[in-house]
Design a protein around this ligand. Sequence first.
Ligand code: NCD
Ligand code: ZN
Length: 483
Amino acid sequence: MDLILKGGWIVNENGRERADIAIAGETVAAIAAPGALDDLSAAETVDVTGLHLVPGAIDMHVHFREPGYTHKEDWETGTRAAAMGGVTTVFEMPNTHPPTRSVKELRQKQDCAKKACVDFGIYGLMAEDNVDELEALAAAGANAFKCFMGNTFGNLPSPSTGAMLEGFEIAAKTGLRVSLHAETASIMAWRQAKLEAAGLDEPLHHIAARPEIVAIEAVARAAALAEWTGARIHVLHISSAGELRPLAEAKARGVDVTGETCPCYLFLSTEDYPRLGSVIRVNPPVREPKDAAGIWDALMSGVVDMIATDHAPHTPEEKRNPRIWDADCGFPGVETQMPLMLTEVAAGRMTLEHYVKISSANPARAFGMWPMKGRIAVGAHADIACLDLARREVIAAERLHSRGKITPFEGRETVGAPIHTLVRGAFVQRDRKMVEGMAGHGRQVTDIQRMPAPAPRNEDQSLAAILSGAAGTAAAPKAEDAA
Ligand code: NCD
Ligand code: ZN
């Protein structure tokens, strides 16, 4: 054995046990009653008495900014922040410069990611002008697709519904899930132009430009396209109570749709805008207290499947702009998600098992990494966060490992933190400090991801079928039928 972790509590989504763990290479080799592994020889034994060992968090939504915006973040700083936050796998977004829109840019991003110290997936962009690249992106190892239905940082143009439908037809064939920035661009552009023309530029006007109908409309439309094509979809950063209804209805109809929310939508609200000013600006916006309450309920009931962070660092100058329309949207989160959520576990709001489900097991299943990730079990990757559930810390920019540090959670006290983080059997964070020399340990999850194509729906009416002449009569009458 390479490593034995002795004396801790092992917590999975369905329960906990006091047990020792033996790790051989990258995977868990044995889990046994306390003391039962004492006769095994191991290169190292670490006493984790008093700690709770959970599967490392899997964050489906981070922006690591490289290539193109490395003054905000890069793959090394971003994955160091992840390691400090107990996050062992991240999926990274394509709104870099250049955007990850074809195999060429995917290769460029894989090159940047060679510095990663935690495991990762890479999103390929699904846009208006790269529909013809999607199959090649999937074949070249993109782990999922990202579709910006609404404009946000990077200003990538949103695809028309026509392009989205064809994109979904192609995505369904690849099996990969399509993650959606579900806000409708045309509504927002229309309203922001009118607000700006009227000289309205206060922080709360950001919500006025993006009322919850933008999310309700986008989720409902995306769900209809997914239902029609059979494509799997994922609703990113759920911000409103309103969009929970089309999400729940789509699930009830059997659409393969998952949803995530982020700490800012659970812990912040309109009440924080006066205090935080432009720092709180994020897309979609932080909304009313009733929205936070509705999202909490949905996270507990399973309508919202997982917690992610939308880790989106910017510089202080980019964030602190007097005109709200000029302040960059988003803030870092990959390092603070776990302490923030564990604080709620300490307060009795959710069990640690439920936290494991929403932070690790559900994302692993939705994106095809189960059974190698998302659980602590024999044969699975030894991706483990060792938690001190009583540890008190205060979130402070100066202690964050991201390059862009400015956070709306500055000064917040948290209870519970990852003391060590292991990625495939190796410590990347130990005793609340980075383990140096681990850049390059992180690996793309392509080798363990299993996303078989879903059952086809309305395939005979897809553009590919019609244009290749394979479509049935209903979609494209043949000459002899017409005669
Ligand atoms: C993100 C960013 O800065 O890349 N910003 C944000 O406000 N959430 C983009 C995004 O996820 O919308
Ligand atoms: Zn987004």
